[in-house]
Design a protein around this ligand. Structure first.
Ligand SMILES: [Zn+2]
Length: 317
């Protein structure tokens, strides 16, 4: 079972993996061979992947306080079968650039997989820089400190993107992602699924890990929606473009934005209870936003989901 911090923050994904781990224990299921996490919380994604790796390799019952050898190795980042792949980690074979995940690193993973292993091998792809964490990052990481991990010194994790994981290297790893030896899992920690090549996306299971956007400031959306509910079709596409630009600038994830829209609508509804006609229509829009949220957790592109949602808003009122 995963620690409560995960069910609190990422309810659906946690439930999925808890059920999966249970079924694996009973010999009824296999663990996915490739998983993409998307969302803005890099620490949530990293510790989620590490905890899954730990439970899959634990010699006892996987409990969060277990101190078997495997669990200890994973918590100190020294387990031989858990490989953190970044531009600065897993780099012995390659004295070259420290700014990308290289094709050599990806070839080395292929070679590693030719050897047999008694472990459940896990490769976690992300970005990292050799620099201290900011105060804010310290705070984000501290949320997971009860899990007992010792993060490497001067190691600042961040999301993977096309710049650090380029097409050539991605293509080298593709075959392993598609047909890995048994008990092997790849994790890709992204802000948005568009940040890695489509051929990997289509071979992976994707999970959105919301960053608590429900409690976040949604003033950005409120500004964009100043004319709500009086949108023309032009307004709708204009707003959709602006939302997509935020994703492109890596300011928010697609899911964050949808959750902000939901929060905005919920507040409007609460503030307009005296106007039943408005409430009824806004409820329909809220429902549309929830459908758009579901679209994002399947493989619909954000552009399609946002364009659809905003046009529904125009049609509704
Ligand atoms: Zn253990």
């Amino acid at each position: 079972m995963l620690n409560n911090i995960f069910s609190k923050n990422f309810q659906f994904t946690t439930r999925y993996f808890n059920e999966k781990l249970e079924a694996i224990k009973e010999g009824k299921a296999k663990f996915p061979q490739s998983v993409i996490f998307e969302g803005s919380d890099i620490y949530g994604e990293l510790f989620f992947a590490l905890e899954l790796a730990r439970i899959l390799n634990c010699e006892k019952d996987g409990s969060e306080f277990c101190n078997c050898t495997n669990c200890n190795w994973i918590k100190t980042f020294t387990h031989p079968a858990i490989t953190i792949v970044t531009p600065i980690d897993f780099k012995d074979m390659d004295s070259g650039s420290k700014t990308v995940i290289s094709t050599k690193q990806c070839q080395a993973i292929g070679e590693k997989l030719l050897e047999t292993s008694d472990y459940h091998r896990v490769f976690i792809f992300l970005n990292a820089d050799k620099e201290p964490l900011t105060e804010n990052e310290e705070r984000q990481a501290a949320e997971f400190k009860n899990l007992g991990y010792e993060l490497p010194e001067e190691w600042k994790p961040s999301h993977i993107n096309h710049k650090i994981f380029q097409d050539q290297a991605s293509n080298v790893i593709l075959k392993s992602v598609e047909e890995p030896p048994k008990n092997t899992t790849f994790f890709f920690l992204t802000k948005n699924r568009e940040d890695i090549i489509q051929t990997i996306v289509s071979r992976s299971q994707i999970f959105s890990l919301p960053s608590g956007a429900k409690n976040q400031d949604y003033s950005f959306v409120a500004d964009l929606f100043a004319n709500y509910p009086n949108f023309t079709l032009d307004d709708a596409f204009d707003i959709s473009e602006k939302l997509l630009a935020e994703i492109k600038n890596e300011k928010y994830s697609a899911l964050d934005l949808i959750l902000m829209i939901e929060e905005y609508l919920t507040t409007l509804i609460k503030n307009n209870l005296a106007n039943p006609a408005f409430v009824q229509s806004a409820m329909i829009d809220l429902n549309h936003a929830q459908i758009a949220e579901k679209m994002l957790s399947s493989k619909v592109q954000p552009k399609m989901a946002f364009n659809w949602l905003l046009t529904e808003f125009v049609k509704n009122f």
